[in-house]
Write a protein that binds this ligand. Structure first.
Ligand code: GYE
Length: 336
């Protein structure tokens, strides 16, 4: 009897062993494990956030938007444990190119950059490609062939321009003469916000002048002063390609003795805190959102690119439009 039950126990144990091995994906023995070195080697080579080295060539610190964008890139690197090499090009393309070259020489895993202008990047991006370093364009796009970058992460600037145009139509149903403060000449957001706005603008609204304020408050103020000098109270609307230029212009309008937001309707883009404050004060009518908090998405894409994944040509960021009515309610929640 005892013999029989131990025989049954042995058989059950054997059966269990066989079914375990059959159902398992793991190699059954040490020998067969060494048959599959490719898989284990490739996992060992896979980069993680903790050993990822990123070179980031930022444009500068021209606006509130840029400050928030830089903070997002730096803070997210810290949170994820990414080794970030960061440079500020002070709005100069040659400084950005030099920074990218130094990241190539250092042999970083991946390069991120916001091209200050759209043209003139082929040579340096080809150098990165030759060195096998993927490049991700963040926020702004460069006009280069698809094979020179892994992906572009950023906003639909044409759509932002269209939204701004529609808002201007709503603010000026009877039409009238308006002026435009353009962003940095040759930059993707300036080019696209210029064309998108014109696509949407009603026929009864005339853009009587359009000049660059380089995306800065000082630039916006200076150009608006010139507009006011030339056209005075003929101007009934202002379209600014970013909030900082609108805020500079608001000062110029007040100094000229007109009421911003009332005598001159103002639409701008970014939706930074300064714009919410201006809306609460009744000096800005609308701001169209452009999201600068691109850090988390950037590192996720960077890691995927480094690990050999094909990425889409464009990863758009989600955006909204804000008005004075609930600006004070929303301001405390704004992160930038
Ligand atoms: O709108 C402006 C900044 O490239 C989208 O650059 C960005 C723009 C942003 O200086 O404020």
């Amino acid at each position: 009897m005892r013999k029989l039950s131990s025989l049954i126990a042995i058989m059950i144990a054997l059966l269990l062993l066989i079914s375990c091995n059959a159902g398992s994906d793991e190699p059954a023995s040490d020998d067969s494990a060494s048959d599959a070195p490719a898989a284990s080697e490739s996992t060992a080579e896979e980069k993680t956030m903790e050993n990822l080295v990123v070179g980031y060539a930022q444009i500068g610190a021209e606006s509130e938007w840029r400050t928030a964008n830089t903070a997002s890139i730096k803070e997210t690197a810290e949170q994820l444990g990414v080794d970030l090499k960061f440079s500020d090009a002070q709005q100069k393309q040659e400084n950005q190119i030099a920074a990218i070259r130094s990241y190539i020489a250092e042999g970083v895993d991946v390069i991120g950059f916001s091209p200050v202008v759209e043209t003139g990047w082929e040579t340096v991006l080809q150098e990165a490609k030759d060195a096998g370093i993927p490049v991700i364009m963040v926020d702004r796009r460069a006009d280069v062939p698809r094979e020179l970058y892994a992906t572009y992460l950023g906003s639909d600037f044409v759509e932002e321009g269209r939204k701004a145009g529609n808002e201007m139509n709503n603010l000026l149903p009877d039409g009238g003469k308006i002026v435009e403060l353009v962003g940095t000449v040759g930059s993707a957001p300036a080019n696209d916000r210029y064309s998108g706005f014109r696509e949407a603008l009603a026929d009864n609204i005339e853009i009587i002048d359009s000049q660059s304020g380089d995306f800065t408050r000082a630039g916006g103020k200076e150009v608006m002063e010139a507009f006011l000098k030339n056209y005075g109270d003929e101007i009934v609307g202002l379209y600014a390609h970013n909030d900082d230029m609108a805020i500079g212009a608001i000062q110029a309008i007040e100094e000229f003795g007109l009421q911003p937001g009332v005598d001159i309707k103002i639409v701008s883009i970014d939706a930074v805190r300064g714009a919410f404050e201006a809306m609460i004060d009744g000096k800005l009518n609308v701001t169209v959102e452009c999201n600068p908090l691109l850090g988390p998405q950037f590192y996720e894409l960077a890691l995927r690119a480094v690990n050999g994944e094909e990425l889409p040509e464009w990863v758009p960021s989600e955006e909204s439009i804000y008005y004075p009515d609930n600006a004070s309610e929303l301001l405390p929640e704004r992160q930038y």
